[in-house]
Design a binder for this molecule. Sequence first.
Ligand SMILES: Nc1nc2c(ncn2[C@@H]2O[C@H](COP(=O)(O)OP(=O)(O)O)[C@@H](O)[C@H]2O)c(=O)[nH]1
Ligand SMILES: Nc1ncnc2c1ncn2[C@@H]1O[C@H](COP(=O)(O)OP(=O)(O)O)[C@@H](O)[C@H]1O
Length: 221
Amino acid sequence: MSEAETAPAIGRRGLMLVLSSPSGAGKTTISRALLAGDEALSMSVSATTRAPRPGEVDGRDYHFLDVAAFHRMVEAGEFLEHARVFSNFYGTPRGPVEAVLARGGDVLFDIDWQGTQQLAQNARADLVSVFILPPSLEELHRRLSGRGQDSAEVIAERMAKAGDEMSHWPEYDYIVVNREVEHSVAQVRAILAAERLKRARQVGLAPFVNRLRGLDRDSGG
Ligand SMILES: Nc1nc2c(ncn2[C@@H]2O[C@H](COP(=O)(O)OP(=O)(O)O)[C@@H](O)[C@H]2O)c(=O)[nH]1
Ligand SMILES: Nc1ncnc2c1ncn2[C@@H]1O[C@H](COP(=O)(O)OP(=O)(O)O)[C@@H](O)[C@H]1O
């Protein structure tokens, strides 16, 4: 093996990558693609009081809870953030996120603007936020209908809320217009790659550079 392969990795501080968008713009699709090719990235599985959609699996897509169980978790301080969205409650369980960050991994969140604001208040330095816009309202409606998992009434409610949701775009670090999935995924991967290289996140740089400069040879002597 070459030295490049055996050299110890430079220690890195994990980051929190948030994707938000109006419903149907493509967060779930982009998240799945990101996770598939990236072992350092873990999805935060939210808790929700909304009913599972066909094909959704408890513990994988969401932790599906009744309202009483959700409020017990709120009272016990078990959420990193929580909010009411479309007349249901959603929240991010704290434990799994803290465990991934503690070992230097990155966490991906599919949460709304309210949750993003709460994360920004508590951990701005670790947060990287991306807002996904649809190419047009007509296309957003096509995607919500084409997903084939919501009633006409639910789709109408989500279309009605899309404008409000989109008004929060200026609060995000990056904006991606999701025209072609592969292109959007590549753009978010580029964001993640650059954010991982930020000097402040590479906490192992000082000892690494000291070794390069030969400054560690006399240490401990
Ligand atoms: N604040 C917050 N929002 C969440 C959480 N989980 C999901 N959401 C948001 O709730 C909204 C509805 O999600 P969902 O019911 O899965 O519908 P979808 O976005 O159309 O797939 C979306 O804007 C999600 O980003 C969470 O844990 N916290
Ligand atoms: N760039 C795209 N072009 C066409 N269809 C898309 C694109 N991105 C997502 N979709 C489709 O649109 C629907 C909604 O996407 P989804 O990822 O569930 O959105 P969200 O999680 O933001 O609600 C899905 O059927 C998905 O396959």
